[in-house]
Design a protein around this ligand. Structure first.
Ligand code: F6R
Length: 357
């Protein structure tokens, strides 16, 4: 039930700190150490390469997950769009593990891949919010998101839950391999949950920014580099699906290879700059688009912020910024849709779970 909330989407955005805390609890043993069932862990550890298969927002979470598996656990990882994988199967490694990320666990495009790789005899793991869902029943292993039912068509809390659970899986895999990840993930996830809390309290400010940047626009751009690039893809998807504003997320470095031609006087550009190493580059991109008339909203982080940044998220571990930087983007999309009179929870032409290929 959405209770006093005008929309499920807003309720689900608000639930994110609690969901993160629930996940931290669910994947801790009695000694406070991260843990999952041994069989799932062994399946991950047997793999010489992980193939993440997902669609839409879950695909965007998968891109973040690749960073975790590779940087924390040292497991080479590829992320594939489910609907493409069937026709475009890459050469596989010797011991692949297929990881299906799906909020609903019912996405037909992903299931089609699961059926195929099972025929080939490969092991599978589903990361889903719905116990007993098709992808969960048919895969060898299941890891749950514990996000509670997500009703709004636009995925919000499932995304942050997916990112958190993938970080946990990667940290566990690292531990098994004797790799030090170099930080206390339980503690850092707790800090991120608090930062998410801080961001959801700033609704009025986000509503104001949404109005300032999007009231009169037909289009919007989201740019980032590294992890911020993956979040920019998610920000663009959220905006287009609920407000029908044409939006594109792309890597900052790609601007000069074509997209910059679209920048006009007043074009809104949301620039994510939470990654210290590439922050100067993304700020350079903001200057380039600014010189052509774009109106930029920089989203940075405490510690590396600069004057004029419109949104500064609280400091969190640099690998966990997607959990926090996505919140203002979710809220800005929500208010853009609201002010345009769109049906926020049930955008046109879309279904919550896509059970056709
Ligand atoms: C976007 C959205 C969709 C889903 C996609 C996959 O907000 O909700 O892009 O992420 O249809 O759905 P699941 O995760 O259920 O497989």
């Amino acid at each position: 039930e959405k209770g006093t909330y005008p929309h499920y989407m807003l309720k689900e955005i608000d639930e994110q700190p609690a969901v993160l805390r629930k996940i931290i609890q669910a994947y801790q043993d009695e000694n406070g150490k991260l843990s999952i069932d041994q069989e799932t862990l062994e399946a991950i550890n047997r793999a010489d390469r992980i193939y993440v298969i997902a669609a839409g927002t879950s695909y965007h979470a998968g891109l973040v997950g690749k960073e975790y598996f590779e940087k924390l656990a040292g497991v080479p990882t590829e992320v594939h769009i489910s609907s493409e994988f069937g026709y475009n199967m890459p050469l596989l490694s010797e011991k692949p593990l297929f990881v299906f990320i799906s909020q609903s666990g019912e996405t037909a495009d992903s299931r089609q891949v699961l059926v195929k790789i099972k025929e080939l005899g490969y092991p599978s793991l589903t990361v889903t919010n719905v116990p007993g869902s098709t992808l969960s029943r048919e895969a060898d292993h299941t890891v749950l998101l514990h996000a509670g039912p997500e009703i709004a068509v636009a995925s919000t809390k499932a995304y942050t839950a997916q990112v958190a659970v993938l970080a946990i899986l990667a940290a566990l895999a690292a531990g098994e391999k004797g790799n030090e990840i170099g930080f206390d993930l339980v503690q850092e996830l707790g800090i991120a949950a608090n930062a998410v809390q801080t961001m959801i309290v700033r609704k009025e400010e986000m509503e104001g920014l949404s109005f300032d940047f999007l009231e009169l626009s037909r289009n919007a751009f989201f740019i980032g580099r590294g992890l911020d690039y993956f979040v920019s893809l998610e920000g663009a998807l959220k905006l287009k699906e609920i407000s029908y504003i044409q939006a594109e997320g792309f890597a900052g470095g790609e601007l000069k290879h074509g997209t910059i031609a679209l920048i006009e006087e007043g074009t809104p550009v949301f620039a994510l700059a939470t990654q210290e190493a590439v922050s100067p580059n993304i700020r350079g991109n903001v200057k380039e688009v600014g010189a052509r008339g774009a109106k930029s909203c920089i989203i940075s982080m405490e510690g590396i912020e600069e004057e004029g940044d419109r949104i500064v998220i609280p400091a969190v571990h640099p690998m966990l910024t997607p959990l926090v930087s996505v919140i203002p983007l979710q809220l800005i999309s929500y208010y853009a849709a609201l002010h345009r009179g769109c049906d926020v929870d049930k955008p046109r032409n879309l279904a919550k779970s896509v059970t056709v290929e």
